[in-house]
Design a protein around this ligand. Structure first.
Ligand code: SAH
Ligand code: SF4
Ligand code: F3S
Length: 509
C-alpha cells in the first residue's frame, strides 16, 4: 500500500477504529493488500533519499516500562533489520528481553525464501496464541519478507486474528506510528507498501555484538531470478551513498569493531543506480580498505556483475578478505538459463579462474538449488562436476521450492520429491567430502582467529572465526574475546578446526 492509498483508506472508514473486528468490512474498505504485481514494477522515478530520520517527540516514552522481543528468520539482511528495529524500540524507551513471556511486544521478522521458512513462522504464530489470550495487553506483530506477500497477509487476517500488526520491509522506519496505532486500535494494523523502496539514513541501531558489524550498502534486487521472491519482497536495487557507508564503517572502527560485513542481495550491482556518479563496489572497497579495521567482507555476490575492477581491488588484500561467497545455483547452462541467472557454466568457471589468478589463496563458497523444474539427472551431474572442479570450501544447498508470483512457479514442478531429496543427499555428501579435505590442509598451520566467545558446547573452550570463515575451537584466556589471536590448528574436523593458542592476543588497537 502506498502513502496515498493509506491516506485514502484512513478516510474511507473513520469509524473502523472504534468498531469490533469485522473483516468483511475490513476487506472492502480499510485494507488494500500488498501486491506482488505492483512490487515487480521498476519505474523511472528516482529513489527517495531521506537522510534525517528521527523519532518524533510525540512517540518518545511510548515504551517506558515495557519490553520487546524480536524473533528473526532468514538472511543477514533480516538480522540487520532486526538491529534497526531494536534501535527504534530503544529510542522509544523499550527494554530488550529474550523471553516471549516477559515481552510486551513480540515481533516475528520473517523470511519468504522457501515454503518451509514460511511454515516455521505460521507454526510460531500458532504457538503465540495462548500467550496473547493470557495477556491481552501484549502486542504481536509480523514483519519482514512474508508480510510483503498478499497471500500471507490474507491468511493471517482470516486465520490468525490474534496478530495485532503486520508491516512490510519498506515500513520499518514507521514502527513508532505502527505501535501507537496498534495500542489505540482494536483492528489489526496493516501497513505494507508495495513500493520500489527508498533509502533512509540515520536510523538508530542496537547491534547484536561489539566485534562484528553489518553495514547495508544497498537494498533490493533487480535480478529477478525466476525462482526467487526477494525482488518482490525487497523492492528495486538502490544504493546508499558512498559517504554514508564510509562514515558508518569509520564509526564502527572507532568503536572497536574488528570485522565488517557489507550487505546487499546483489552487492556487485552497487552504484549502478547512481545517476551522478560512476562508482561501483570496487571503488567503495578501495576506500574502505584504508580504514583502520582488521576485516572487511561482503555478501552476496552475483557472478554476472562481478567485474575486473573489483577483482583488482580485492587483490590488494590488507583488510579486504579473500573469502568470496559466489552463489552458482546450478552447474548446467540450460538450467541456469531457465533460472534467468544470466551467465553460463563457462562464464562462471572463467570468473573463478580470474579470481584465483588475482588471489591465489581465495576461498570460494556457494549456494546451490537442486530439483529446479525440468532438471534432468545429467544436468544435476553437471552441478556435481562443477562443484568438484571449483572445489568450494562449503555450500548452502536447497531443494527448489516454488514461490507464488515468481515465473518458475508457473513452470511444472516436475522433479519428484524423492528425486530432489536423493540429489540433495548426493550433493551434500560431496560438500562434506570437500569441506573435510579443505579443513585437513589446515592441520599444523597457524591461523588468525577473531575470538567471539565461549564455544557452544564447552564453556572452557573459546570459539571464533578465521579470515576464511572457518570455525576454530581452542583453549585460551577469556581476555582474548573480541580480539584477533593466532591459533595453531591441532586437529581438523569436517566443519571446524581444533587448535591451541600460538601467542598472546595481538594488539589490534
Ligand atoms: N541474493 C542472493 C541470494 C539470496 S537467497 C544471491 O543471489 O545469491 C539465498 C539462496 O536461497 C539463493 O542463493 C538460492 O540458492 C536459495 N533460494 C532462493 N530462492 C529459492 C527457492 N525458491 N527455492 C529454493 N532455494 C531458493
Ligand atoms: Fe534472488 Fe537472484 Fe536477486 Fe539473489 S540475485 S536475491 S537469487 S533474484
Ligand atoms: Fe528471506 Fe527476505 Fe532474506 S526472503 S532470505 S529474509 S531477503
Amino acid at each position: 500500500m502506498n502513502e496515498k492509498q493509506r491516506e485514502e483508506n484512513s478516510q474511507v472508514n473513520p469509524e473502523a477504529k472504534k468498531t469490533e473486528k469485522d473483516y468483511s468490512k475490513y476487506f472492502q474498505a480499510v485494507y488494500m493488500p500488498p501486491s506482488l504485481k505492483d512490487a515487480k514494477k521498476r519505474g523511472k522515478e528516482d529513489v527517495q533519499y531521506q537522510s534525517d530520520f528521527s523519532i518524533p517527540e510525540e512517540f518518545k516514552g511510548l515504551g517506558n516500562g515495557k519490553k520487546f522481543y524480536i524473533r528473526t528468520y532468514g538472511c543477514q539482511m533480516n538480522e540487520h533489520d532486526t538491529e534497526v528495529m531494536a534501535g527504534i524500540f530503544a529510542a522509544l524507551g523499550y527494554e530488550a528481553t529474550d523471553s516471549t513471556e516477559d515481552a510486551d511486544v513480540i515481533l516475528l521478522n520473517t523470511c519468504a525464501i522457501r515454503e518451509n521458512a514460511e511454515n516455521k513462522v505460521f507454526g510460531e504464530i500458532g504457538h503465540l496464541k495462548p500467550l496473547k489470550l493470557e495477556k491481552p495487553g501484549l502486542l504481536v506483530g509480523v514483519c519482514g519478507c512474508m508480510s510483503q506477500e498478499e497471500s500471507v497477509v490474507n491468511k493471517i487476517m482470516q486465520k490468525h486474528p490474534h496478530i495485532d500488526m503486520i508491516f512490510g520491509t519498506h515500513n520499518i522506519h514507521r514502527l513508532p506510528h505502527i505501535l501507537k496505532e496498534a495500542y489505540l486500535s482494536k483492528e489489526m494494523v496493516i501497513e505494507v507498501w508495495s513500493k520500489e523502496g527508498d533509502v533512509i539514513e540515520n536510523l538508530p541501531r542496537v547491534r547484536k555484538g561489539t566485534t562484528k558489524g553489518w553495514v547495508n550498502i544497498m537494498y533490493g534486487c533487480d535480478k529477478f531470478c525466476t525462482y526467487c521472491i526477494v525482488p518482490y519482497t525487497r523492492g528495486k536495487e538502490r544504493s546508499r551513498r558512498p559517504e554514508e557507508i564510509i562514515h558508518e564503517v569509520r564509526q564502527l572502527a572507532a568503536q572497536g569493531y574488528q570485522e565488517i560485513t557489507l550487505l546487499g542481495q546483489n552487492v556487485n550491482a552497487y552504484g549502478k543506480d547512481f545517476k551522478d556518479l560512476d562508482y561501483g563496489l570496487g571503488d567503495l572497497m578501495d576506500e574502505l580498505r584504508k580504514i583502520d579495521i582488521p576485516r572487511i567482507r561482503f555478501t552476496t555476490s552475483h557472478p554476472r556483475d562481478f567485474d575486473d575492477r573489483l577483482i583488482e581491488v580485492l587483490a590488494k588484500g590488507g583488510n579486504l578478505l579473500d573469502h568470496i561467497h559466489l552463489p552458482v545455483q546450478s552447474g548446467s547452462s540450460e538450467v541456469l538459463k531457465l533460472m534467468a541467472r544470466k551467465y553460463t557454466r563457462e562464464h562462471y568457471i572463467e570468473l573463478v579462474r580470474k579470481i584465483r589468478t588475482a588471489m591465489p589463496n581465495a576461498t570460494l563458497t556457494t549456494d546451490i538449488i537442486v530439483g529446479f523444474p525440468n532438471e534432468t539427472d545429467e544436468q544435476f551431474e553437471e552441478t556435481l562436476s562443477l562443484y568438484r572442479e571449483v572445489e568450494y570450501d562449503s555450500a548452502y544447498t536447497f531443494i527448489y521450492s516454488p514461490r507464488e508470483g515468481t515465473p518458475a512457479a508457473k513452470m511444472q514442478d516436475n522433479v519428484p520429491m524423492r528425486v530432489k531429496k536423493e540429489r540433495l543427499q548426493r550433493l551434500n555428501s560431496l560438500v562434506k567430502e570437500i569441506s573435510a579435505k579443505k579443513m585437513k590442509e589446515y592441520e599444523g598451520k597457524v591461523v588468525e582467529v577473531l575470538v567471539e566467545g565461549e564455544s557452544k558446547n564447552n564453556p572452557d573452550v573459546l570459539a571464533g572465526y578465521t579470515e576464511k570463515s572457518k570455525l576454530v575451537n581452542f583453549r585460551g584466556p577469556r581476555e582474548t574475546i573480541g580480539n584477533i589471536v593466532k591459533v595453531k590448528v591441532t586437529k581438523a574436523k569436517t566443519w571446524s578446526l581444533d587448535g591451541e593458542m600460538a601467542e598472546e592476543a595481538i594488539e589490534v588497537k
